[in-house]
Design a protein around this ligand. Sequence first.
Ligand SMILES: Cc1cc2nc3c(=O)[nH]c(=O)nc-3n(C[C@H](O)[C@H](O)[C@H](O)COP(=O)(O)OP(=O)(O)OC[C@H]3O[C@@H](n4cnc5c(N)ncnc54)[C@H](O)[C@@H]3O)c2cc1C
Length: 479
Amino acid sequence: MATISSSSKILIVGSGVFGISTALWLARSGYGDVTVLDMQDTANTAYDPSCGVDSASADLNKIIRFSYGSEIEYQRLATEASKMWDEWNREIEEASINELPERLRYGDRKLWWNAGMLRMSCESDLGDFEIATLENMEREGIREFQFIADDDIDISRARERGWAHKLDPCRRQERFGTHKAVLDSTAGFVYAHKSCAWAQHLAKRAGVEMILDPRRGKVIDITTTNNQPVVHTADGLQHTANIVVVAGGGWTPSLIPEVQGLLETTAGSVANVTIPKDRPDLWKRFAPEIQPVITWGSRQGKEVYSLPRDENGTFKIGWRKTKWTNFEDVREQRISVPRTAHVTDHKETRIPIDALNGIKEYISVNFPELVPLGITSTRLCWYTDSIDNSFVVDFVPGRPGVAVCSGGSGHGFKFLPILGREVVKILEGKGSQTVYGRMWRWRSSSDHTRNGLEEGEEGWRVLSRQTMASEADWSFKDQ
Ligand SMILES: Cc1cc2nc3c(=O)[nH]c(=O)nc-3n(C[C@H](O)[C@H](O)[C@H](O)COP(=O)(O)OP(=O)(O)OC[C@H]3O[C@@H](n4cnc5c(N)ncnc54)[C@H](O)[C@@H]3O)c2cc1C
């Protein structure tokens, strides 16, 4: 492990949630020579996916939840993060226009919206997992923030606290005669692109340098000379550093192939519906003040979620039942790598038809009024899954000074304001003394089942084995 001091030269590869949070906390902790490299210009695009930038963090919005079932360490960290999200909202609200990054100067300024999250069953009961989750919450004293949609006591408590209008936004009771759901009033969502732009702004303000450029910022290799890491960029330059932190999201295993087996690059499927501004009925219904985040049929075979519309009317729906892989030749190995709309050689804006059909079923059953609008766009969103869904933040064995910081496994965004605090401790060599250092250490599993990573290229989730949906499939004409 490399020793780190306040004058150490630290390079971070990747300006997504994991990289930018690390940079921010390093600078705040007194490290004065921190540079973030990214092959995408996340400054000028402001992480806005409609501006040609591809990453898990560069998205419209992400769900924020603080209840983590029995995973109490993540629940505690999420609860700490919630205070920082509140603080960021306050700071932005109180800032003068000149103190804000460009993208926060217009439209909604608020990053974190406590819109609630409705966990909707697709069956006539809540399901065993939901019941176990509620029992856990009872034990932890947080049950009072949860409202069962058809429980009279909970309904009246929801009414008292101003949450009753979010208990059945799909009018399921009226339409199907039954509605089994639990509203979590602590949860909500953040505007993802604006949150990253704000974190990047704070990191710059704290003194972090940024090289965000397809040549100068693109890392093509990391080698070792005299026991120190050397980063090679696409412009032909070599950058020697004391510490290199690889926070490359879905591209991490292609830069550090030895992380394969511990991390795998996979994609979730997303579709958007545009709510027109000239439909005031829909505009109002899908606004975050009225519409909660919704999950449908979690652990019941549906696995769909949606978020309230954003300020441009985009209603985002995600399908998480299957996470796709895409194996290609990288450094003489077969490694799953992203296949995205803008950055990769093989451009991809489609999603598999199974995912699209799952999303269309969600809309048809729960929001039939959106059927005439059809789907407006689709996207594969790439990230890294770890063998146990826990992050991976540690030095890479056999590579002096090189650390990996990834493995968001679909739940990392909420930790943007706080993640770096724990990463700094690990980089300082205190990982074995901290809860998160021990949880996120370099590890392996001898278990037969390793979160799907054991399937590799033989698995059925490989993208090339899927039928991809075309634009012709976006309308609901057959339903
Ligand atoms: C479909 C989906 C839904 C999700 N939903 C939620 C949610 O609701 N709530 C939640 O909390 N979390 C959610 N997550 C997880 C969250 O988005 C991720 O954990 C987080 O954004 C990952 O950030 P990252 O920094 O690791 O990677 P990324 O955001 O992918 O950033 C990696 C960066 O590294 C750069 N890079 C890569 N390779 C190189 C290179 N060679 N040289 C230079 N730069 C490089 C890329 O350009 C990119 O900017 C979701 C993820 C997905 C995919």
